[in-house]
Write a protein that binds this ligand. Structure first.
Ligand code: PLP
Length: 470
């Protein structure tokens, strides 16, 4: 494809994306296709001869679009959001255009230095502790996902506790990790991948707000120590996936400092709220953490994938993940004056992800981001009030930010029917969880373009569908 052809088709693609956003509300939010339908509509073989670009774009419109669940629809309330924005998309496009692989500083200095800068910008913006700054003992790095961040934290904790000898036969000891029963499944996955053993992960009980009981954590640690085990890692959550519960990070942090354990704080979605001073209390105690992550790809308008992972002591992370073969050696690395982010993550290669985050921060500014975050929280709180005012429904958990957990009092069967009907309607998409063993619906306000009008319509629809539940 020549530069001129690229320009022409590029304009067509940008036009297509812009039109997509203009008409996004006309699509059923949850794709209504059956399993296999998309595949069977496409050619079973790769083309032998190249095809015209127009044919590809036509197939996107006619065959791919029906199989899309519209995460960027303002009527998307499922899971946690995976939101996006114009500046984020364009930053990502530039990253694709540059086609940089930034494994080492030397393989594109701007890729590394912009990432370090933007992650430093976010430390004061989210009131994170100064030890997370690259100019201090720590630093930030963009991971693909929170799952990878938690895995890196687990590995660094394992190495620090075993004096970087866990891979030597007989040097591992019996390590034990802790998280709450409400933590994301990625913690369990990290423990498995790190070879700690699923049986050595304790799921600590939660209080009536679904937040970890710090006294129960302390008791579990004592019990394990008495049994000759080595407690090494705690993952606290700021904004659990099921109900947005916020673990008492300060108390948990004090326990970790006393016991010399690694504390990782997973604030995957809710961390973004700390952009606003009135929500910064969610980060109380993070100053005691060894590592922290949040996902701009969830609620900070930066399209997937983008997780910001911070460590207080970068040396521990680098020593854990660094393996230096001959073919990667270079003068800049040897000088010790640069960051090589390959040593801060599992894969070697990495994309130029900071461009999209930089574009988002520059385009909106802190005040612009605060405006949208506040609006989302305000609208979610309004929705919670409407639910409270309808005696058929109950609120199932506190709603500190933009997630509302609610259910019909009639029981699981009624809630399942209601959710199925709503999602079938195409007018909105929400998902469920179980709280107190009861099927509970979750409505999370976080797509970039969701406004009060959308949530008002969602509530009307929910009430109307509830009228038909028998
Ligand atoms: N942690 C929490 C609290 C989450 O809610 C999620 C996903 O929703 C994750 C981790 C996993 O996110 P990722 O897809 O970035 O790995």
């Amino acid at each position: 494809m020549s530069p001129d052809d690229f320009r022409r088709h590029g304009h067509e693609v940008i036009d297509w994306i812009a039109d997509y956003y203009s008409r996004i509300e006309s699509f059923p939010v949850l794709s209504q296709v059956k399993p296999g339908e998309v595949r069977s509509s496409l050619s079973p073989h790769a083309p032998v001869q190249g095809e015209p670009f127009a044919a590809m774009l036509k197939d996107v419109e006619e065959k791919i679009l029906p199989g899309i669940t519209h995460w960027q629809s303002p009527k998307f309330y499922a899971f946690f959001p995976g939101n996006a924005s114009g500046p984020g998309i364009l930053g990502d496009l530039l990253s694709s255009g540059l086609g940089v692989q930034g494994m080492l500083w030397a393989t594109s200095p701007a890729c590394t230095e912009l990432e370090t800068l933007v992650l430093d910008w976010l430390v004061p913006a989210l009131r994170l502790p100064e030890k997370f700054l690259s100019t201090n003992t720590g630093g930030g790095v963009i991971q693909d996902t929170a799952s990878s961040a938690t895995l890196c934290a687990t590995l660094a904790a394992r190495e620090r506790t075993t004096n970087f000898a866990s891979n030597r036969e007989g040097c591992r000891g019996k390590l034990v990790a802790y998280t709450s029963s409400q933590a994301h499944s990625s913690v369990e996955k990290a423990i498995q991948i790190a070879g700690i053993g699923r049986e050595n992960l304790r799921l600590i009980e939660v209080d009536e707000k679904f937040a970890m009981k710090s006294a129960a954590l302390a008791a579990a640690i004592d019990k394990d120590k008495q049994a000759g085990l080595t407690p090494f890692f705690v993952c606290a959550t700021v904004g659990t996936t099921s109900s947005n519960a916020i673990d008492p990070v300060l108390q948990i942090g004090e326990i970790c400092r006393r016991e010399n354990m690694w504390l990782h704080v997973d604030a995957a979605m809710s961390g973004t709220a700390a952009m606003c001073p009135e929500f910064r209390h969610i980060h109380n105690g993070v100053e005691l953490a060894d590592s922290y992550c949040f996902n701009p790809h969830k609620w900070m308008f930066t399209n997937f994938d983008c997780d910001c992972f911070y460590v207080a002591d970068r040396k521990a992370l680098i020593q854990t993940l660094s393996v230096l073969p001959e073919y990667l050696k270079n003068k800049a690395t040897e000088s010790g004056a640069v960051i090589d982010y390959r040593d801060w993550q599992i894969p070697l290669g990495r994309r130029f992800r900071s461009l999209k985050l930089w574009f988002v921060l520059r385009y909106y500014g802190i005040e612009g981001l605060q405006f949208h975050i506040r609006e989302h929280v305000r609208i979610a709180q309004q929705f919670a009030e409407w639910v409270c005012g309808d005696e058929r429904f109950e609120i199932a958990a506190p709603a500190p930010l933009n997630l509302v957990c609610f259910r019909l009092r009639a029981g699981d069967w009624a809630n399942q029917k209601l959710m199925d009907a709503l999602n079938r309607s195409g007018e909105l998409y929400l998902t469920h969880t179980k709280l107190d063993s009861k099927l509970t619906l979750r409505l999370c306000v976080g797509q970039t373009n969701t406004t009060a009008r959308h949530v008002e319509n969602a509530w009307k629809r929910i009430k109307a569908e509830a009228d038909h539940i028998r």
